[in-house]
Design a protein around this ligand. Structure first.
Ligand SMILES: [Zn+2]
Length: 489
């Protein structure tokens, strides 16, 4: 007997078996029980979340022969249920719009739809990837949707609902399938392993669930892949044949950047790119992850704007505190610039490496607000207004250059209390890009061309100006200070 892949063998057959789409199953069951079945449904969602399974279950509910009317609990054993499950029923017609995009296909459908079903109650058209239909095909479909025969039901499925015309959407009931959570996928994988009599380690199952990115079908394909190598599922086997989830690797990269560890960051880049991503896609993944961190930082832990599985969300939340919002904005714009450059560059890898080094170096800086907070000891409630930010405080004038992001509450390195060898050539205040830039009283004429030249020669000063989009308004130099000392840790 030939081998059936797990995704087909364990396709859900009843509402009770559908994983992770409870609101939709409840609504559809109620519609059948209360005899309020719409003539058209649109199922939206990413691949492998149960759209086709749900469409077939709904078709079985409508046409099950063991009941004399539509039932929320189809028998799954009558001829109709069985042939629907195989996708071969005479009255439930499945059409792949990706290979039947033209208006002629829809005209055929319309001329057939007027005939009554052969043996069941309804003629059900399941049109997969419906967004692929041509404009003319959509227009032809619209006519049928406006006045469908009583015995016809439409179920459309799509991964790209924004491409389905509004005129179609307003004539159907739309259901948005959500990505399936890691715990839900893991529970399903464990139950399948039990049925298949395979011993499986919980940590290994969890890793497969995370790699599936919310898609049950992807999870089952990965499980198939692991089972083809080994009869038991252990972390070692999974590590051997499946990649580390990219968000875990990128998380480590962001950690290294946050620590200012350029060498460590480059090692993680090498490992990550070794997984076979194209450079610009890799940049996109990193930008997406930075965006999630920024949103968590700005909106807080409860935000619904970050769509990450629960386990990853906890990791991201902890990591989001490593930089302030301004630093994320800076890093995202630098990475977007990088993404565009690597696409057309013959030396993309060098660009990626140099951008990562630049990020690691820049992370030695914090925003001017954080800087002022820690030197003045003010809390966020009494923070000076934006226009007053570049007012140099008495302490700031003693010479403060940089604050590592994680150490905002600790003594400021580079202050006058620092021991010998610390950086003394420094910028006391850097104009911020937002708000007006008043010239502090008494500062006019204190910056000479030579001072500016000296300050610009300092790599940390240049990076600070870059990060804050600032300008130098005052230069103070300690006695005998070196002018171009490389940045410290
Ligand atoms: Zn049945």
């Amino acid at each position: 007997m030939s081998y059936t892949v797990l995704a087909r063998k364990f396709r859900s057959q009843t509402y009770g078996e559908v994983v992770g789409q409870d609101p939709i199953t409840t609504t559809l069951r109620n519609a059948i029980v209360s005899d309020r079945i719409h003539h058209g449904y649109l199922f939206c969602g990413t691949r492998g979340v149960g759209k086709t399974s749900m469409a077939r279950i709904l078709a079985k509910c409508l046409n099950c022969l063991s009941s004399d009317k539509p039932t929320p609990d189809p028998c799954c054993t009558c001829d109709s249920c069985e042939s629907i499950a195989r996708g071969e029923d005479v009255d439930v017609i499945e059409i792949d719009a990706a290979s039947n995009t033209g208006v002629d296909n829809i005209r055929d459908l319309r001329s057939n739809a007027i005939y009554r079903p052969a043996r069941a109650r309804f003629k059900v058209y399941i049109i997969d990837e419906v967004h692929m239909l041509s404009t003319a095909a959509f227009s032809a479909l619209l006519k049928t949707l406006e006045e469908p025969p009583d015995h016809v039901k439409f179920i459309f499925a799509t991964t790209e609902p924004q491409k389905v015309p509004a005129t179609i959407q307003s004539r159907v009931q739309r259901f948005d399938f959500k990505s399936i959570s890691v715990p839900e996928i893991a529970t399903q994988l464990e139950s399948i392993c039990k049925k298949e009599e395979v011993s499986a380690d919980a940590a290994a199952i969890r890793r497969i669930a995370r790699l599936a990115n919310g898609s049950m079908r992807d999870a089952l394909s990965l499980l198939d892949q692991v089972l083809s190598l080994s009869e038991t599922i252990s972390p070692e086997v999974v590590d051997e044949i499946l990649p580390v989830p990219h968000d875990e690797v990128l998380s480590r990269l962001i950690d290294r950047v946050g620590e200012g560890d350029a060498a460590g960051a480059l090692a993680v880049v090498d490992e990550s790119l070794g997984q076979g991503y194209t450079l610009d896609y890799w940049c996109t993944l990193l930008i997406d992850q930075m965006r999630d961190l920024m949103v968590l930082r700005v909106c807080g832990a409860e935000t619904e704007l970050v769509d990450a599985p629960a386990g990853l969300r906890a990791v991201l939340l902890e990591q989001s505190g490593k930089f302030d919002a301004g630093a994320y904005v800076y890093m995202i714009s630098l990475l977007e610039e990088l993404r565009r450059s690597v696409k057309f560059s013959g030396s993309g890898r060098a660009l990626v490496d140099s951008a990562v080094v630049r990020l690691a170096e820049a992370s030695n800086f914090s925003s001017i607000e954080t800087l002022l907070e820690c030197v003045e000891g003010v809390d966020s409630d009494s923070r000076p207004p934006a226009g007053a930010v570049n007012r140099p405080s008495p302490k700031a004038q003693e010479g403060v250059a940089a604050v590592p992001p994680r150490k905002a509450e600790s003594p400021v390195p580079g202050s006058s209390e620092s021991g010998p060898g610390s950086r003394e050539a420094s910028v006391s205040s850097v104009g911020h890009s937002t708000g007006p830039r008043p010239t502090p009283p008494g500062s006019g004429g204190r910056v000479t061309q030579s001072d500016l030249k000296t300050a610009h020669a300092e790599p940390m000063v240049r990076s600070a100006l870059d990060v804050f989009d600032g300008r130098i308004i005052e230069v103070q130099q300690g006695p005998g200070a070196p002018t171009a000392e490389p940045p410290g840790p």
